[in-house]
Write a protein that binds this ligand. Structure first.
Ligand code: ADP
Ligand code: MG
Length: 621
């Protein structure tokens, strides 16, 4: 049969989200490249002149069309991709509306040349303002070439609404970028006014990121590959050190289609928790795959908005998947002394632009290397050294008897390097300065830990764990404390009692506005229970206006903040080691629950540089 394309019945056509398809040159490019992908092309090139207003042409090496189809393709609601209304429930192609070519032909002069593999000669069709101007056999490569000339030539008013060439070209570039990122197995070429802006062969996904977005983006990728029951998430998220001040570098594809979803973008953002500085946005290139039955793409003519059958399930899945990915990597920032800020490196990246004045895609300037992670080897070496010293030397304990087992991991049992059974270590490898920071030598330099936020992170995760699974570990007080609260706080305590119990508090109401504290979480120091409870309630109240924080999140944060050791608390060596041990047993050791960094690293190179010492090989240093 020589025709795959058919005209949809009015009934089906009426079910399709109506609206204008070709709003600007970029929309025409989008529709044409989508057709190329649907035709299983392995090579696609896009040529534009005058930002697509004069000419835009897409050439692919896909399946091509028969002469009959080539002509039918220009009819309204003509498509080979769906037939019935039911087909709309499980769309697997990028196109399905059958309107793109018809809409283009209504507002431009369109020339389509195509040949299928099985045909010896191809065909050429010319359509102008919806009128077919002619069709003839023509020599043609296998595949399809569509040239759209003088867009809006017959609607001058429309033409006036177009933006400057620079803006329209940027819009086209965005379309090409997305497609090139989504389909690394396809070769893409993009030429504007004779200048090649992109030319990439089929390659692996991470190589594609490098060729399209540059080295710095490629260096910041954390691969994501999480399979759930109903969906999978693949692709990459950027390290927190690689951020932008806007959302430009966020790519989300659903079943191969670029989509804009506020909810899912938020899920990714949320997964970074406090890894990001305020006002900065993470890079991501994520591919969500799910059963086409579970998503409706027929909600908007641009097909960029979709409706999920269960959006909150998708939200939770994406949030969890990205969180797991981030937690699996060491993300400690490293500082250059005198550098702008921990996260400042993001500004160093050259703007991605296809504009001729700014050079071709992928050509980026030198980027300062201010932020580097502590390598895993650093930490392993640290723990090795601490470990051997623990066993080697049994120096007299420096432990302050007033601080017994303060960080004993009574609840968070997955800590592998439980240090409290080990002999006392030497004080050589780890120091406390100003009763505030812990400094330690690591293989590639020094590491500085803020003791308060480190402990906060540990307690926060313990609290979260208590709410979900672990049994609270509580210590019964020998002398229960009776505390008088304000009526409001008393009411709050009553409201929160079940959750406070999960944290390890054992509270009994006792007459008017009074509670008796009979037990406290294991890590709370006896004697400080009254203050901690009161501080916790205050903090909880302060957080209450944050609508995104649920009760338990708020309680965990408030508790962690108030029960953690403070700057000014003196620690002995076993306590420091225990603190660091447990810190690295947390899921996210690098930031506290409020977003402050917990650890920073200064590399030996940076110290050498600062002291005017030329770096030398370690053996002769
Ligand atoms: P849709 O993509 O929604 O079906 P279009 O107007 O974009 O509608 O295209 C109409 C039909 O023309 C498609 O269904 C397809 O069969 C055919 N077609 C369009 N572009 C190409 C192409 N590049 N290669 C092969 N067939 C194409
Ligand atoms: Mg189409």
């Amino acid at each position: 049969m020589n025709s795959r394309i058919h005209i949809l019945t009015t009934e089906v056509a009426n079910k399709i989200a109506a609206g204008e398809v070709i709003q600007r040159p970029a929309s025409a490019v989008k529709e044409l490249v989508e057709n190329a992908v649907d035709a299983k092309a392995t090579s696609v090139s896009i040529v534009v002149t005058g930002a697509g207003k004069t000419l835009l042409q897409v050439v692919d090496n896909g399946e091509g069309m028969s002469p009959d189809d080539a002509r039918l393709a220009f009819e309204r609601h003509s498509t080979s991709k769906i037939t019935s209304a039911e087909d709309l429930d499980h769309i697997t192609t990028l196109g399905f509306r059958g309107e793109a070519l018809a809409s283009m032909a209504a507002v431009a002069q369109v020339e389509l040349k195509t040949r299928r593999a099985e045909d010896e000669v191809g065909t050429i069709v010319k359509v102008e303002g919806s009128e077919v101007r002619g069709q003839a056999p023509a020599a043609a490569e296998q595949g399809t070439s569509v040239a759209v000339k003088n867009l809006y030539y017959n609607t001058p008013a429309r033409r006036q609404f177009l933006k400057t060439d620079a803006t329209e070209l940027r819009n086209i570039s965005d379309v090409v970028t997305r497609m090139a990122l989504a389909y690394p197995e396809i070769a893409w070429k993009f030429v504007s006014n004779g200048e090649v802006l992109l030319d990439v062969r089929p390659e692996r996904a991470e190589e594609r990121v490098k060729s399209v977005l540059g080295d710095r983006a490629a260096a910041a990728l954390l691969p994501v590959q999480i399979e759930g029951e109903a969906m999978t998430l693949g692709g990459f998220v950027g390290k927190p050190s690689y951020t932008r001040k806007n959302r430009n570098d966020q790519y989300l594809f659903l079943n191969g289609r670029y989509i804009v979803s506020r909810a899912l973008n938020h899920a990714v953002f949320q997964a970074y928790e406090y890894l990001l500085e305020k006002g900065s946005f993470p890079f991501f290139l994520l591919f969500l795959t799910l059963d086409p039955h579970r998503v409706d793409v027929n909600v908007h003519p641009s097909k960029m908005e979709v409706k999920f059958a269960d959006e909150s399930a998708a939200y939770r899945f994406v949030l969890g998947a990205v969180k797991r990915t981030l937690a699996a990597h060491d993300l400690v920032p490293s500082v250059t002394m005198g550098g702008p800020s921990l996260h400042g490196a993001s500004e160093g990246r050259a703007k991605l632009s296809f504009l001729p004045s700014e050079g071709r895609m992928g050509a980026h300037g030198q980027v300062p290397d201010e932020v580097r992670p502590v390598e895993k080897a650093d930490l392993d070496a640290l723990f090795d050294r601490l470990g051997s010293e623990r066993q080697g030397l049994a120096l007299p304990s420096e432990a302050d008897p007033a601080l017994p087992n303060r960080f004993a991991p009574k609840v968070l049992q997955h800590n592998v390097r439980s240090s409290d059974q080990l002999p006392q270590p030497a004080s050589r490898a780890i120091w406390q300065v100003h009763d505030k920071y812990i400094i330690s030598q690591i293989k590639t330099g020094i590491m500085i830990v803020d003791q308060h936020v480190a402990h906060e992170r540990i307690l926060y995760e313990r609290a979260r764990a208590n709410f979900t699974n672990a049994l609270p570990s509580s210590q019964q007080l020998l002398f229960p404390q009776t505390i008088a609260l304000s009526p409001a706080d008393f009411a709050l305590v009553k409201e929160l009692t079940p959750d406070l119990e999960r944290l390890g508090f054992d509270l009994k109401p006792f007459g008017r506005n009074t509670v008796v504290i009979e037990g406290i979480p294991a890590e709370v120091r006896v004697g400080s229970e009254e203050k901690i409870l009161q501080d916790l309630l205050d903090e909880y109240r302060n957080n209450e206006h944050e609508t995104t924080m649920d009760v338990r999140e708020n309680l965990s944060k408030s508790y962690a903040c108030k029960a953690a050791i403070k700057a000014g608390d003196r620690l002995n060596v076993p306590e420091m080691i225990s603190l660091i041990d447990q810190l690295f047993a947390t899921e996210m050791p690098y930031v506290c629950p409020h977003g402050r960094p917990v650890i920073i690293k200064i590399s030996i190179e940076e110290l050498d540089r600062r002291f005017g010492r030329t770096p030398v090989p370690p053996t002769t240093r």
